[in-house]
Design a binder for this molecule. Structure first.
Ligand SMILES: [Zn+2]
Length: 303
């Protein structure tokens, strides 16, 4: 599969302490929409959350998983996006009652009076870190901007724009001033950040969603030299496996599973249990022999 559209870039300005990131996802969204019929507004939010975890994972030196999850009393009960090893993305959204899902992009209406949880799970045995932010803005970007400011003391501008088939994110972050900065330098840094913020606010959704990063950055920040790093590829990747599915099935007894096979089987056909991963759509099949093998004690090999 061509993954050329799923890339992330970093950039930094020559004239002031501001860093940036640009991300676009398309193939990842195609994979997700390929097995789940996500309504447009849910797919849009899931896409933005996937772009967000890609940005967060890329912005920190972190070898593990970054996840962003929404929780709230609204009709969209869960949206979960995850980025592993800085480039492997997967996500899922749940809305138990489709009739109650409003046709809106407003987080307040979709998720309700809930919160977003950003979790960093290190690959080693270190403790996970979780930060929470209440949903007070109807846009994901607005809530995350506040998270970065409140939890990490980093003034941030974050924008997302989608086309229905792709999502593009742009993040700008004010870096801390150097300890030795003079008053004049501090003023200059602050003025530079304000200038970049002002220029950024002239960007339209249409430009963000359609322009390539080179053209966008050249047009938007024409008079401010910057260095654009080479892109990194991102791709969809699920963590499901036959072993994990088997472990889940073992929560039932052998008899319960065999009874389930009989129920599901058409007459005179060998029955099987089909377990579909709700994230990637992969199907694992377990027939009666597989079920018996699940419950065989592992025989130690003597030879
Ligand atoms: Zn899967």
């Amino acid at each position: 599969m061509n993954q050329a559209h799923d890339i992330i870039h970093r950039f930094s300005f020559t004239d002031g302490p501001v860093r940036g990131q640009w991300v676009r996802l398309q193939e990842v969204l195609e994979v997700l929409n390929g097995h789940q019929q996500y309504p447009g507004n849910v797919a849009g939010l899931l896409g933005e959350m996937l772009a967000a975890v890609a940005l967060v994972a890329d912005g920190i030196k972190f070898n593990g998983a970054v996840s962003l999850q929404s929780r709230g009393p609204g009709p969209l009960t869960t949206v979960l996006a995850e980025c592993r090893a800085q480039h492997l993305l997967r996500g899922i959204a749940r809305w138990p009652d489709a009739a109650n899902l409003p046709d809106t992009d407003s987080l307040g209406e979709l998720i309700g009076d809930g919160q977003l949880a950003l979790t960093l799970i290190p690959a080693n045995a270190d403790q996970p870190y979780q930060g929470l932010v209440g949903i007070t803005d109807n846009r994901l970007a607005g809530n995350l901007e506040r998270y970065f400011l409140d939890s990490e003391q980093l003034p941030t501008r974050l924008l997302f724009a989608g086309t229905g088939e792709s999502v593009t994110g742009l993040l700008l972050q004010r870096l801390p001033d150097s300890d030795h900065a003079t008053e004049i330098e501090l003023d200059q840094n602050e003025a530079f950040w304000e200038e970049i913020g002002m220029l950024t606010s002239t960007l339209t959704d249409r430009e963000l969603a359609s322009l390539d990063p080179q053209t966008l950055l050249r047009r938007l920040y024409a008079t401010h030299p910057l260095t654009l790093q080479p892109p990194r590829n991102l791709r969809f990747s699920c963590t499901c496996s036959r072993e994990k599915t088997a472990a889940t099935l073992k929560a039932f007894s052998r008899d319960e599973l065999l009874a389930l096979i009989d129920e599901e089987a058409p007459p005179k056909m060998p029955g099987e249990i089909l377990v579909t991963c709700e994230i990637c759509g992969a199907v694992e099949r377990f027939d009666a022999i597989d079920i018996h093998l699940l419950f065989e004690p592992e025989t130690p090999r003597i030879h």
